[in-house]
Design a protein around this ligand. Structure first.
Ligand code: SAH
Ligand code: AVI
Length: 357
């Protein structure tokens, strides 16, 4: 299979600048919703990331955070209710007890949810904190501004006494915007950590540890290694919602970067790679095509059958998580799982020692 990318893109400096800066920009819409970057910075960062992704070999790829425009968040919400997608309902069944126990151990007053999406699970954690008489503030953190623009006002209306805020940012580069920790619990639910490449997970843990004070908590939802049939069914649902979600990334490229992808000319592919322990999602060109992506100064030429990688979704075991936690400033304290060991919530605590690196 031969894939070809032509490019005139030269400078990565905009990207470096925008990820260095932790300046937050307030939106006109809601002063409690802050953006990490101006629209121009965001466009430059998107262009650089997409450009780099399309150059990747052996497979061109698109960062999975670009699934989530408004339509993508709504499609993901539909995925969570599919019969094949056991992840959400299993985590939701574990969450009330895990939340109660985590709140009892950590005693947090401030809740942060990373990748909060439409913000449904945060209610369970807030309920546990409120019952314990501890609730003070809640910050939603997501790359999707439409999702935050929907979930933040709803949260504020539901809990009038609560200090609520939201940050539009990337949890891989922007956690510093949260400022120093103290009585803080960070929730990272839904197995979204699985969408981070394992080589980047220790760096993510270190950066989370840097915004936690000693004893603060990080509660992480993890999908667990299991039989191939169950895993592959979850990403190849009979109604084709996951396929539509997958193709949505091409619509986002068209809207944000003026690309001319024909989403209907791409077939959804999802399979389990047991060696890597991840589900991989791809889009396969039904026929040879040449796609212009002017906003990323790129042109992608794919043969018929040529593929683009759009997502990895890592499946974990407890030892694998413990190995990734080594020397990050976090330790694993509790592991809440269901009777069939489909999914786990891991409670991690900030240790006294400074994280390595
Ligand atoms: N937590 C919710 C939603 C999960 S969907 C649940 O458990 O159901 C994944 C969410 O993470 C989306 O809302 C998406 O916009 C967000 N996301 C994905 N990549 C991100 C990134 N790099 N930085 C911040 N948010 C990201
Ligand atoms: C958000 N994330 C954890 C989902 C997952 O399972 O990796 C995204 C998703 N991709 C396909 N279906 C759902």
């Amino acid at each position: 299979m031969k894939t070809f990318l032509r490019s005139t893109y030269s400078s990565q400096s905009d990207r470096a600048e925008s990820s260095k800066s932790l300046m937050l920009t307030q939106t006109a819409r809601d002063p409690a919703l802050r953006r990490m970057r101006s629209e121009a910075q965001e466009r430059a960062l998107t262009a650089a990331e997409v450009h780099a992704g399309l150059l990747a070999r052996p497979l061109p790829c698109l960062p999975s955070k670009f699934f989530y425009d408004h339509r993508g968040s709504v499609l993901f919400d539909r995925i969570t209710r599919l019969p094949e997608y056991y992840l959400t309902r299993t985590e939701e069944a574990l969450l009330p007890e895990a939340a109660r126990d985590a709140v009892a151990r950590v005693g947090p007053r401030h809740l942060v949810e990373l990748g909060s999406g439409l913000g449904t699970k945060v209610r369970t954690l807030l309920g546990a904190m409120s019952t314990a008489g501890l609730l003070d503030s809640c910050t939603l953190f997501d790359v999707s501004e439409p999702a935050l623009a929907q979930s933040l006002p709803r949260l504020a209306a539901e809990r009038p006494g609560l200090r609520t805020s939201a940050i539009v940012g990337d949890f891989l580069t922007d956690l510093g915007a949260l400022g120093p920790g103290g009585s803080r619990l960070i929730a990272f639910l839904g197995s979204t950590i699985g969408n981070i490449h394992p080589r980047d997970v220790p760096g993510f843990f270190r950066s989370a540890a840097s915004v936690l004070a000693e004893g603060d908590g990080l509660l992480v939802g993890l999908d667990l290694v299991k039989d191939r049939a169950r895993l592959e069914a979850a990403y190849n649902d009979a109604q084709g919602v996951t396929a539509e979600f997958n193709r949505n990334i091409l619509r986002v490229m068209n809207a944000r970067l003026g690309a001319d992808f024909d989403p209907e000319a791409f077939e959804h592919v999802a399979f389990y790679d047991a060696e890597a322990a991840w589900i991989e999602m791809r889009l396969r060109a039904a026929r040879a095509c040449r796609v212009r992506v002017p906003g990323a100064e790129a042109e992608l030429v794919l043969p018929g059958g040529g593929e683009i990688r759009t997502e990895i979704s890592c499946k974990y075991t407890r030892p694998a998580v413990e190995a990734l936690l080594a020397a990050t400033g976090l330790r694993l304290e509790e592991w809440y799982t269901d009777a069939d060991a489909l999914f786990a919530l891991a409670l991690m605590r900030r240790t006294a020692e400074r994280s390595a690196g």
